[in-house]
Write a protein that binds this ligand. Sequence first.
Ligand code: GAP
Length: 439
Amino acid sequence: MTRYLPYGDMEKLLSLSKRRGFVFQSSEIYGGLSSTWDYGPLGVELKRNVKEAWWKSVVVSREDVVGLDAAILMQRQVWEASGHLENFSDPLVECKNCHIRLREDQLETDVCPECSGELTEPRNFNLMFKTFQGPVEETASEIFLRPETAQGIFVNFNNVLNSSRKKLPFGIAQIGKSFRNEITPGNFTFRTREFEQMEIEFFVTPGDDDEWLQSWLKERYDWYLKYGIREDNLRIRKHDDSELAHYAKETYDIEYRFPWGWGELEGIANRTDFDLKQHAQTSGTDISYFDEATKSRFVPYVIEPSGGVDRATLAFWLDAYDEEPDGDSSRTVLKFHRLLAPVTVAILPLSKNEKLAPLTKGILDRLKFKFKCQYDDSQSIGRRYRRQDEIGTPFCVTIDFDSLEDDKVTIRERDSMHQSRIPISDLVSVLEDKLEHNW
Ligand code: GAP
């Protein structure tokens, strides 16, 4: 079934976002900073879960990938070597009438789309954010906020190789903030100037690169499906030669059908030996690999699956959104994958009656170190179920007066709304089982 939010309905998601605490406008009380967003109490849990699912899938569950957390600030020469100072730019045009600035490569007309005014000739606008290290604002102390996390991996290639004693093929994975002074940010958290990336640089023997590119493409595509994106809303698109980044031999994008159209979630690129060679040359350091089996030394090729945390989070969220008939009315439900949901278990005493309090507290204390829990005792149980549906909580545990007699509670499942009564002593294992196996 194709189910995705039509553009008009983004309003519903944005309203839910603000009302329930997923994402807020940055610096809102000062009028907001354009295209900059803060993740609220639910948004931060969702985003952490997305990153955790990625890390588990590409680092924890694999023996050929290790992690890294490199600094955002790096030597200026890194960006000279990588080609970003020279090539990391978009063609900028300005309207001579209303002075709006636009990306020439995204325009469908040769006049201003806002006022039909004449446009200036395009000039290359470098997307790197500049700042100064230390107290003196002079060219010598000029540095950049990284526009991709990848370079932190390349410049640490020798360190990781020597300390982890990995053999090819192996990868280094990293999650972290990147910054780009985008000319036209927009579409909520889709294109922003500050964002998070989750990137892997997977080093292979030259000649094995084409096969590894296809293998990572499949692995990463399947990951989005596994965590809940509908197949109809996901596609793979190959870059044509004119689109390829300055370092890439071949690239595929995994795209999601956003309400405004198809947009990139992740790029999987064959970066060849471009980066390692550039850094070796610029730094004067030998960056190469000695293959014991063939007794040969060479510079590895790199396959790079590079995804955006914010885009993946938004896609999982959009794809989870649903409105279903429920009796005479309807319910809004976020059908998050159970491991991505910001709250896993809601603890709901049937009433605020103090007789239920000690048992409820005991259950909350038992569950809260195992699962992300939320306690709620206000309003009717039906309304509380709806509130949990709306934020995508997969399980509600209801404690009622019978619980005091039979030591049992009710588990209510979000999607089927099925309810089952189970002994309190089995609660943790039943929930763990449901989380692991999705019964
Ligand atoms: N190291 C390769 C690289 O950075 P990219 O295609 O420019 O490749 C990778 O970026 C991913 O980072 C994109 O697929 C997207 O998910 C995310 N991304 C890039 N620019 C972004 C922006 N301005 N806002 C949000 N996410 C962005």
